[in-house]
Design a protein around this ligand. Structure first.
Ligand SMILES: Cc1cc2nc3c(=O)[nH]c(=O)nc-3n(C[C@H](O)[C@H](O)[C@H](O)COP(=O)(O)OP(=O)(O)OC[C@H]3O[C@@H](n4cnc5c(N)ncnc54)[C@H](O)[C@@H]3O)c2cc1C
Length: 440
C-alpha cells in the first residue's frame, strides 16, 4: 500500500491529523491496533481543545452526543480551603476575553466519533499493529510495517510517518527518535474509576471539573461524564501507594474518604461503578521527535502531568500544526534541511515548556501561583489554562513564573531541555532502556 502520510494510532491525535491533512487534499492512512470503542483515560477538555473540535466542524456532533458542557475549573486547596475558579474563556477578535464552553468526554465515545469522522471524510483505516518502520538508504523513514489481525504483514510506503501512538511512544521505542527521558512527574501513579450519586454544584457549574489537593503532588479529580456518572481519580507518588500496601480499589475508596473534606462532601457514599485502573510513570519527554520522514504527535513524544487537562489539546493542536508542516514540506519548504521538520519541533516544544513550567509553578510556589491567579495576571493565567500556550508566549505571567522557578528558557539552547536534567539530574540521565525496564 502507498500513501502520502501513514498515521500510527487512531486516537484523537491520529484522527485529527487525518482531518487536517484532508483540508490540504493530502491523503493518509490510519493504522489502529484496537477496535473502537475502547476505554481511554483523559476526559476533560481545555477551552482551546473545544475550539479545535469546532474548527473541525464537529460542534453539532458533540451537542448531539450530549457530552457534559464544561464552563470552568474549580481547585480546592488542602483541607477544602482556598478554592479558586477559572472560567473557560476565549479571546475574541477584539482581543478581549469572552465566556466560552468546552466539553467533558467519555473517551470511548469521543474517540470513536473522531475516528469515524476521519474515515467518513475519506481516510482509510488499517486495523492492525505497527511494529517497525522502513527506511531509505539515507536513513529517512519511508514507511511502516503493520501486523494485521489475521497475522499477515502489510507494508505501507509513505512520504511522512506520523507517530500518534500516545504513551506507547512507537518511534521512540524503535530508537528512531532521540532518547526518551523521564519527566518531572515520572514517579507518580494515577488510580481511577467512576462513581454514581456524587453531589455536583448547582446551575452552570454542574458539569465543571473540580480538582482537590491534599498536599504537594497529592490530588484528585472529579469530572462529570453524564447526568449520573463522575470520573474520579487520585494522583500520588508511587512510593506512597506502595507504603499503603492496599489493593488499588481499597486505596482509591479510602483516599476518596480522606483526601479533602470537599470531595468527601461531594461523594458521601463511594460507590464505584467501573473497574479501578491505574497508570504509572506517565511523565516523559522524547528528544528529536521529528526528523527525515517522521513527526511524533502529543503523548507520542511528551506528557507532563494530567492536572490541568492539557493532554488531549496538545495532541490535537500538534496534529493541526503537523498538517501545516507537512503541507509546506510537500511544497518543498525546508526539504533540504537535515531535519525538514525542525521548525515545527521547536515551535511545539516551546508550547509544552509553558505547560511544564505552569504545572511546576503550581506545585513549587503555591502562594505565588494564587497571587498570579487572583491579582497579578488573571487574564494571562486564563489564557494559559485554556491552552493558549503557543502564540504570544511567554506572557509576562509565564516569564515571571520562570524567574521564580529560576528556569531560563530564553536562550534557544534552553528550549525544552528535560527539566530533570537541570533540577533532578539523576532522573533525566535515565535513558529509554532503563525506563522500559522500570516500567516492566
Ligand atoms: C491519569 C491521566 C489523566 C488524564 N486526564 C486528562 C484530561 O482530563 N484531559 C486531557 O485532555 N488529557 C488527559 N490526559 C492525557 C490524555 O489521556 C492524552 O493526552 C490523550 O489521550 C492523547 O491522545 P493521543 O491521540 O495522542 O493518544 P491516545 O489517545 O493514547 O491514542 C493512541 C492510539 O494509538 C494506538 N496505538 C498505539 N500503538 C500502536 C501501534 N503500534 N499500532 C497501531 N496503533 C497503535 C492506541 O491503540 C491508541 O488508540 C490524562 C492522562 C493521564 C495519564
Amino acid at each position: 500500500m502507498k500513501t502520502t502520510v501513514a498515521i500510527i494510532g487512531g486516537g484523537p491525535g491520529g484522527a485529527t491529523s487525518a482531518m487536517f491533512l484532508q483540508n490540504y487534499g493530502i491523503d493518509s492512512v490510519i493504522i489502529e491496533k484496537e477496535i473502537f470503542p475502547r476505554y481511554h483515560i483523559g476526559e476533560s477538555m481545555t477551552g482551546e481543545c473545544g475550539a479545535i473540535v469546532r474548527k473541525l466542524g464537529l460542534e453539532d456532533k458533540m451537542l448531539k452526543a450530549n457530552f457534559p458542557v464544561k464552563r470552568g475549573l474549580t481547585v480546592y486547596g488542602t483541607g477544602g480551603k482556598n478554592s479558586w475558579f477559572v472560567p473557560v474563556m476565549r479571546r475574541g477578535d477584539d482581543g478581549k476575553l469572552h465566556p466560552q464552553f468546552t466539553w467533558q468526554v467519555r473517551r470511548s465515545e469521543f474517540d470513536k466519533i473522531l475516528l469515524d469522522e476521519a474515515i467518513a471524510r475519506g481516510t482509510p483505516l488499517v486495523q492492525g499493529q505497527a511494529f517497525d518502520v522502513s527506511k531509505t538508504e539515507n536513513g529517512a523513514v519511508c514507511g511502516v510495517k503493520v501486523r494485521l489481525a489475521d497475522g499477515r504483514v502489510e507494508e505501507i510506503e509513505a512520504e511522512v510517518v506520523l507517530d500518534c501512538s500516545g504513551q506507547s511512544t512507537f518511534l521512540a521505542n524503535l530508537g528512531v527518535t532521540g532518547p526518551k527521558y523521564r519527566g518531572n512527574y515520572d514517579r507518580q501513579i494515577a488510580i481511577f474509576s467512576q462513581v454514581k450519586g456524587a453531589i455536583r454544584d448547582e446551575g452552570d457549574k454542574k458539569d465543571d471539573t473540580i480538582i482537590f489537593y491534599k498536599g504537594k503532588y497529592h490530588w484528585s479529580w472529579f469530572i462529570p461524564l453524564d447526568e449520573e456518572t463522575v470520573s474520579v481519580g487520585v494522583v500520588i507518588s508511587s512510593a506512597y501507594f506502595q507504603e499503603k500496601n492496599e489493593s488499588k480499589r481499597d486505596f482509591l475508596i479510602r483516599e476518596l474518604r480522606e483526601l479533602n473534606p470537599e470531595i468527601v462532601k461531594r461523594i458521601p457514599e463511594v460507590h464505584l461503578i467501573e473497574e479501578v485502573r491505574s497508570i504509572v510513570n506517565y511523565s516523559f519527554q522524547v528528544r528529536e521527535f521529528t526528523g527525515p520522514g517522521f513527526i511524533c504527535i502529543g503523548d507520542a513524544h511528551r506528557f507532563v502531568d494530567p492536572i490541568f487537562s492539557f493532554g488531549l489539546y496538545v495532541s490535537m493542536k500538534e496534529a493541526q500544526f503537523a498538517a501545516d508542516a507537512i503541507a509546506k514540506y510537500l511544497d518543498g519548504v525546508d526539504r533540504d534541511l537535515p531535519n525538514p521538520f525542525i521548525r515545527h519541533q521547536q515551535f511545539c516544544e516551546k508550547g509544552i515548556d509553558v505547560v511544564e513550567d505552569f504545572v511546576d509553578f503550581f506545585w513549587e510556589q503555591p502562594l505565588a501561583f494564587a497571587a498570579f491567579m487572583h491579582v497579578r495576571h488573571f487574564d494571562e493565567m486564563i489564557d494559559s489554562l485554556a491552552g493558549r500556550i503557543y502564540d504570544g508566549q511567554p506572557s509576562p505571567a509565564v516569564s515571571s513564573m520562570r524567574k521564580l522557578l529560576k528556569r531560563n528558557r530564553a536562550e534557544e539552547n534552553q528550549v525544552s531541555l528535560p527539566a530533570g536534567s537541570r533540577y533532578h539530574p539523576e532522573r533525566a540521565e535515565i535513558g529509554i532502556e532503563d525506563y522500559q525496564r522500570m516500567k516492566d
